[in-house]
Design a protein around this ligand. Structure first.
Ligand code: AMP
Ligand code: MG
Length: 325
């Protein structure tokens, strides 16, 4: 990792430019959240539809207060989980430009824990909008190299903060509706949130408000997909009985421990983790998909993770979104 030139990144941002910054979840494509022209640049660079709102990153609850109307639940959750991978959807104040929120009257806010991102937040003194630093609908980057590979010659300056510690996008929790609802599963689980606020939280498919447009317009089903088609299997057992063993295929399994099961296969076989530990799988998920893509096989075959709780739900959610066939 090079010594960071913070004044370069800070000045680029303050001049209305775009830079890629490391967070503990994935790398983000950052700009001043309150500068609508800078926000437009991020949408253009990503090729992201204007209907897909951005997450605004803040240093703390005080800064969030300037952008939104936090309630008691927000205070409790930010005290417990910020800085960290929890994004809260709150009623927005007028100061937040419409393009940040895709015209919604709510804004998504989180406080990242990565020390380099926090340093840039401190130096600019401004909230930063930052979607994942990848072209729209592609695999999210968890290292500076992955940002550079995915953008090629349109890549903005990247502040290298090493490999993202968590490797999966934040949990998105809507606090603007009657019953708090998880819009995107992530590193912080529904149960952890329920414990802190002392009330029930709904899952994405349980939302009780009907008749309105999608609550989270950006969460289209097909997302996070590598170029190579991905075929998912409900279990490793099913993959073993159904996936072709020929060499034009790649098989991506949760744990190195299962490698011997594929001894007779001509297919390339890669694994997400040494031990099958879900935290390690989460950290390596996108890097493995990036690497698997580079092999240019016909199909990538992946089993869902057969565990429950914690980060597993978020991993399986991303695998489902990555699967295209
Ligand atoms: P990304 O920027 O790739 O991490 O994705 C952020 C996601 O947060 C978007 O795709 C939206 O689904 C969600 N999001 C952001 N703002 C809002 C909002 N105001 N209401 C609901 N969902 C939001
Ligand atoms: Mg994204």
């Amino acid at each position: 990792m090079q010594k960071a030139n913070f004044s370069f990144y800070t000045n680029t941002l303050l001049d209305g430019g775009v830079v890629a910054l490391p967070t503990e979840t994935v790398y983000g494509l950052a700009c001043l959240a309150l500068n609508a022209d800078a926000v437009d640049k991020v949408f253009r660079l990503k090729g992201r539809p204007a209907s897909n709102p951005l997450i605004v990153h803040v240093l703390d609850l005080d800064q969030a207060n300037g952008l939104s109307y936090p309630d008691e639940m927000c205070s409790l959750l930010s005290k417990r989980f910020w800085p960290g991978p929890l994004t809260l959807i709150l009623p927005k104040k007028k100061v937040v430009p419409d393009n940040v929120t895709a015209g919604l009257d709510t804004v998504a806010i989180r406080s990242p824990s990565h020390p380099l991102f926090r340093k840039v937040l401190q130096l600019t003194g401004e909230p930063l909008a930052a979607p994942s630093a990848n072209p729209y609908s592609k695999v999210s980057p968890t290292s500076a190299e992955e940002v550079i590979t995915s953008f090629g010659n349109t890549c903005p300056p990247v502040l290298d903060g090493g490999k993202s510690e968590i490797g999966l996008e934040s949990t998105v929790l809507d606090l603007s509706c009657q019953t708090p609802t998880i819009l995107r599963p992530g590193p912080i689980s529904k149960t952890e949130v329920e414990k802190v606020i002392g009330r029930e939280v709904l899952n994405p498919n349980e939302t009780i408000e009907t008749g309105s447009p999608s609550k989270s317009p950006g969460l289209s089903v097909k997302h996070y997909a590598p170029e190579t088609p991905v075929r998912l299997y409900p279990s490793l057992k099913e993959l073993l009985s159904l996936a072709p063993s020929s060499s034009e295929n790649l098989i991506l399994i949760p744990s190195k421990k299962s490698l011997p099961l594929f001894d007779s296969y001509s297919a390339a076989v890669m694994y997400f983790s040494e031990t099958g530990d879900p935290v390690e799988i989460g950290r390596n998920l996108y890097t493995s998909l990036h690497k698997g893509d580079l092999l240019k096989k016909k199909i990538i075959h992946i089993p869902l993770i057969e565990k429950t709780g914690g980060i597993v739900e978020a991993i399986n959610d991303r695998l489902r979104r990555a699967s295209t066939i």
